[in-house]
Design a protein around this ligand. Structure first.
Ligand code: NCD
Length: 490
């Protein structure tokens, strides 16, 4: 997504907060650029490792702003910038930055933007990176925000699959572990769906994909669910696969024609061997109950014939869920996957900065998102995001955030998607600020233009609307119930 710079003469700044801020062409461009860097700056012994440096970024500074622990993401971003010939500044411990004094992220970002040309941010709150992007005149890259997204990890994941000669179309990728709390998985499944892979969810008990991610895969990315028959020999925890349409992907916020199902292809996907298994750790820091049952992947598990050709992936760190005895197996690709963090992030930094290098590709088109209708009211007014870990609920950001929702129309009944954390709200009431009425018929009363939305306030329910001094529209149109309520004689 792009944000406007303060001065009209400057181009819009491009940010990468979600994997969906990158078009399919952008992603291909990043991969081509990363491949070029691997070729131009090779390591003598390992084909996946950058072994030399260039000076294309010699006039540029990268700021890494990390409010949560990190090894791979921060150090590979910093290594990438140094390999490009640039400089880095780091704030990796919130206890030693002004955050400890209570400074808001919105203020910190505006300050850092004067010290650096690009920044990568990691934060425990969902949606923090989008807030940072709203306030930043320099490109912001999301290095992981709560359990929301981790788009650059997905770039490493997809690139690894490509380097292993796996075309994403028709690929079957199984995903194991904490599908609810892992931000790497959320970015990854969107990308897999966009590029035509089939996703096999293998969640730990109670750790299924969040409802909003599942709904988006089915509605916006047009995945359909193929039920796994009980006698199929599949793992008992797998109920259904997400099969992506066998046609060029068209992401849509609005409902479109039903895609005809190819039953033969669906059956083929059920029988097909797994091409990649993506293992993740239990995201302990995001769960109240820290002592839950969790699947462990070991050699015995991977000896099953359906995994005989599967690349075994992991964003790392691992903490026991993937047996180290498997490391020497030819299918283990996780350390290579981590190594690609450097060329991939070199590519992303140089493309976002528009570095001048003859052999470099360029981002085509831009990040301009399709037209979205956004409801935007002050934080103190009406409905607020229902995700308690969303950045809008961070007391330090109270003055910087607003109640902002994209109106999603994909299922016919409008839903609200928080601009920051992308969680969705299905039930709400619409109120007119001017007329002081509210109504529950959101499908017909929600304005469809930004202009109309200015006059609108949304509430969680009728009780909240009434508490704020609004009256039911029906009651306003027909005075009788109101009179009765006011004690008029029958
Ligand atoms: C992941 C993260 O931080 O989300 N790590 C990474 O960046 N490679 C995965 C994790 O912490 O489990």
């Amino acid at each position: 997504m792009a944000s406007k710079r303060a001065s009209k003469s400057l181009p819009a700044t491009r940010h990468v907060v979600s994997i969906n801020d990158l078009s399919d062409t952008d992603i291909e461009t990043i991969f081509d650029t990363a491949k070029n860097y691997l070729k131009q700056l090779p390591d003598r012994h390992y084909s996946y490792r950058i072994g030399r440096s260039t000076d294309v970024a010699s006039n540029h500074v990268l700021a890494s702003l990390f409010y949560e622990p990190s090894t791979r993401t921060r150090l590979s971003f910093e290594s990438a910038m140094i390999r490009l010939g640039g400089q880095i500044i780091t704030s990796a411990d919130p206890a030693t930055s002004s955050a400890a004094k209570g400074e808001s992220l919105a203020d910190t970002v505006r300050v850092i933007a004067n010290y650096a040309d690009i920044m990568v941010i990691r934060h425990p709150r969902d949606g923090a990176a989008r807030l940072a992007a709203e306030y930043s005149p320099i490109p912001v890259i999301n290095g992981g925000d709560g359990s929301h997204e981790h788009p650059t990890q997905t770039l490493c994941d997809l690139f690894t699959l490509k380097q292993k000669n796996k075309r994403l179309k028709n690929l079957k990728v199984a995903i194991s572990g904490d599908l609810k709390g892992s931000r790497t998985i959320h970015s990854f499944v969107y990308a897999l769906a966009r590029f035509g892979a089939t996703i096999v969810p293998m969640p730990a008990k109670g750790m299924e994909l969040p409802a909003h991610v599942d709904q988006r895969l089915r509605e916006e990315f047009r995945c359909h669910m193929v039920t796994v028959p009980k006698d199929s020999g599949e793992d008992a925890s797998i109920d259904a696969l997400y099969v992506t349409p066998d046609e060029p992907h068209q992401q849509s916020l609005f409902s479109g024609p039903e895609i005809e199902r190819d039953v033969g292809r669906d059956l083929g996907m059920l029988e097909k061997k797994v091409d990649a298994l993506y293992v993740t750790r239990f995201q302990k820091e995001r769960w109240a109950d820290k002592d839950q049952e969790y699947p462990r992947i070991d050699r015995k598990f991977l000896n099953e014939p359906k995994y005989s050709d599967a690349s075994v992936m992991h964003p790392l760190p691992r903490v026991g869920e993937l047996d180290v005895a498997f490391d020497s197996d030819r299918r283990a690709v996780y350390f290579e996957q981590a190594a690609y963090g450097v060329p991939i992030r070199m590519a992303l930094i140089s493309l976002l900065l528009g570095l001048k290098n003859k052999s470099l590709h360029r981002f085509a088109g831009g990040f301009e998102p399709g037209k979205q209708i956004v409801y935007d009211q002050p934080r103190s007014l009406g409905l607020c995001c229902t995700n308690s870990n969303c950045i809008v609920h961070d007391p330090m950001e109270a003055q910087s955030v607003r109640n902002k929702f994209i109106i999603v129309q994909s299922s016919g009944t409008p839903r609200l998607r928080c601009v920051y954390c992308e969680r969705e709200i299905e039930r709400f009431v619409v109120a007119s600020r001017k007329n002081k009425w509210y109504a529950t018929d959101t499908a017909s009363l929600l304005p469809t233009t930004d202009q109309g939305l200015k006059e609108t306030v949304l509430f969680a329910d009728e009780a909240d609307a009434q508490a704020a001094g609004y009256h039911s529209r029906r009651a306003a149109a027909d005075p009788r119930p109101a009179q009765r309520a006011g004690g008029a004689k029958p």
